[in-house]
Design a protein around this ligand. Structure first.
Ligand SMILES: Nc1ncnc2c1ncn2[C@@H]1O[C@H](COP(=O)(O)OP(=O)(O)O)[C@@H](O)[C@H]1O
Ligand SMILES: N[C@@H](CC(=O)OP(=O)(O)O)C(=O)O
Length: 507
């Protein structure tokens, strides 16, 4: 009996708490504080008209829960890759017929999406008008590239921006079709102002609050292009591949959002890429630091720069599956959830190169590393991993494979010609060796901090998988150990680590 009354009072206490929380949220709104959810949908989530309509339904349902919603959308899947390819072809082959074929393909794809996602003839007509004018603009730029035989980083970014500038009006139309007010905006119009580092622009200013708050106050759902920003001079920039997640984080930061949701094609952040290891499991909770390490070291589900703005303001990030919206996904916050597993996840980066810089001349010469990194920085070469031997005769770095030529040029300019392998030449750098068929494997988990013997166990498992470790680095955060192996050994190595540290969790 007593049990019955205890249960009843708990139920009533929970109900009262819920009412109290709703009251707080409504009164916040009453006092002019906007409660915002930023929802970012990736390329696969808007990969067809049917999917766009499904996404519009998710957005509209959220709006009906009395939430202010800002949507950030990527290009339809494969469109950004196709834009990269055609811009390169316009430059190299300079074939106008190829450009016409591409334009027809893009037009058909987006027209089909409009037909499938929007029912109202009036809205369809409005959206087609926008799409027509953007595709016309795109065709002119591509023809310009072919005639001039010139593709600058600035014009390349302009071309790449069309992916998102075509998908956003369609999603906006589909939301309007479901009865909500919506406006499509470009990243710059939403207040993302960047420097002019085309291809990988950095944010200079955020005017997100000024741009979006008036719309939210009128009950409008802004649909913002992910991936792109604008310079103060008005040139479109891109934020790096996969950068729409970062756009969502910037908008969340600018609006002091309550939550930033990343809607994708998997049910959250997994213990490793589920495409690589089918037994990978969803991680229900991650700390910002763990998520940052995973994203930095290749977990494609999150763009590496997404975490920082959210972390700075303590805004939770929730990774959700568009095709399984009831799945809880992964919640990323400041809290460090200690699980039974010391190792929480494994991520990988392919298409990298290991550069080994040798030279006995480097011993005791202060500032050599600084000169190496300065030289690489001048050529915009991003260094992913660094390791220096204690003898100081060797520094190893890992960079993106596509940056190798630039890196060699930078080092030659700074240190003169190397390769003359004699100490008599008195060169600071005696030789530089490049290993291209390698990849990075990173093992991440907050529990690794201070855990004795974990590195030994990891490397034993790596050797059991048959892989040979070529370089090791441990980040200063101590929640990550990264190493380089041959790319051919990648799958076996990751599967072995996953089996040993995650599936059989007796670490
Ligand atoms: N640890 C991981 N957890 C989840 N997904 C991962 C992980 N590592 C890599 N991925 C890959 O990231 C993909 C989602 O990222 P992406 O293709 O950029 O999605 P979107 O188009 O929605 O932005 C997944 O399909 C998955 O294969
Ligand atoms: N469309 C851009 C930006 C992006 O973030 O896309 P996605 O969300 O589909 O990864 C790209 O492919 O790089």
């Amino acid at each position: 009996m007593c049990d019955y009354y205890t249960k009843l009072s708990i139920i009533y206490a929970i109900k009262l708490l819920k009412i109290f929380l709703i009251f707080i949220s409504k009164s916040k709104r009453f006092f002019g504080v906007i409660m915002v959810t930023v929802m970012k949908f990736g390329g696969t989530s808007v990969g067809s008209g049917e999917r766009i309509r499904h996404v519009a339904n998710i957005v509209v349902n959220r709006k009906k829960e009395d939430k202010d919603v800002v949507v950030v959308v990527s290009a339809m899947s494969e469109v950004t890759n196709a834009l990269i390819e055609i811009s390169q072809q316009a430059l190299n082959i300079r074939d106008i017929d190829k450009i016409s074929d591409f334009i027809n393909f893009i037009k058909e794809k987006h027209y089909k999406a409009i037909e499938e996602s929007i029912k109202s003839e009036k809205i369809k007509k409005d959206v087609k008008k926008i799409i027509d004018s953007r595709i016309d603009e795109l065709e002119k730029v591509l023809i310009g590239v072919a005639y001039l035989g010139e593709l600058t980083p600035k014009s390349r970014d302009y071309i790449l921006s069309f992916g998102e500038r075509l998908s956003s009006p369609i999603l906006c139309g589909a939301i309007r079709d479901l009865g909500e007010k919506s406006i499509a905006l470009e990243g710059g119009e939403a207040g993302i102002i960047t420097d002019d580092n085309f291809g990988n622009a950095r944010v200079k200013k955020l005017k997100v609050k000024e741009s979006l708050t008036p719309l939210l106050k009128e009950g409008i759902i802004p649909v913002v292009t992910g991936f792109i920003g604008v310079t103060e001079e008005g040139n479109i920039t891109t934020l790096g591949r996969g950068g729409s997640d970062y756009s969502a984080a910037l908008i969340g930061y600018g609006l002091d959002a309550d939550i930033i949701e990343i809607w994708t094609d998997v049910s959250g952040v997994y213990t490793t890429d589920p495409r690589l290891v089918p037994t990978a499991k969803r991680i229900p909770k991650l700390s910002y630091i763990e998520a940052m390490e995973l994203a930095y070291f290749g977990a494609k589900v999150l763009h590496p720069r997404t975490i920082e703005p959210a972390m700075e303001k303590g805004i939770p990030i929730l990774v959700k599956n568009t095709f399984e919206p009831d799945n809880e996904g992964t919640l990323i916050t400041n809290d460090i959830e200690m699980s039974d597993n010391i190792v929480k996840a494994i991520s990988t980066i392919k298409n990298v190169a290991l550069i080994n810089i040798f030279g006995a001349g480097m011993v005791g010469v202060s500032g050599t590393s600084a000169r190496i990194f300065k030289a690489l920085g001048m050529y915009n070469v991003n260094v992913i991993l660094i390791s220096q031997g204690s003898s100081e005769t060797n520094i190893s770095i890992v960079i993106s494979e596509e940056d190798v030529d630039k890196a060699l040029k930078a080092l030659k300019e700074e240190f003169g010609d190397f390769g003359k392998k004699s100490f008599l030449n008195n060169n600071l750098i005696r030789d530089v060796m490049v290993d291209k068929d390698v990849c990075i494997v990173s093992v991440v988990g907050a529990g690794m901090k201070g855990a004795k013997g974990i590195a030994g166990k990891i490397f034993t498992a790596v050797s059991e998988s048959g892989a040979n470790i070529k370089m090791i680095a441990q980040g200063s955060s101590e929640v990550n150990i990264s190493f380089v192996i041959d790319e051919k050994d990648l799958i076996n190595c990751v599967r072995k680590l996953h089996e040993k540290f995650i599936e059989k969790s007796n670490q």
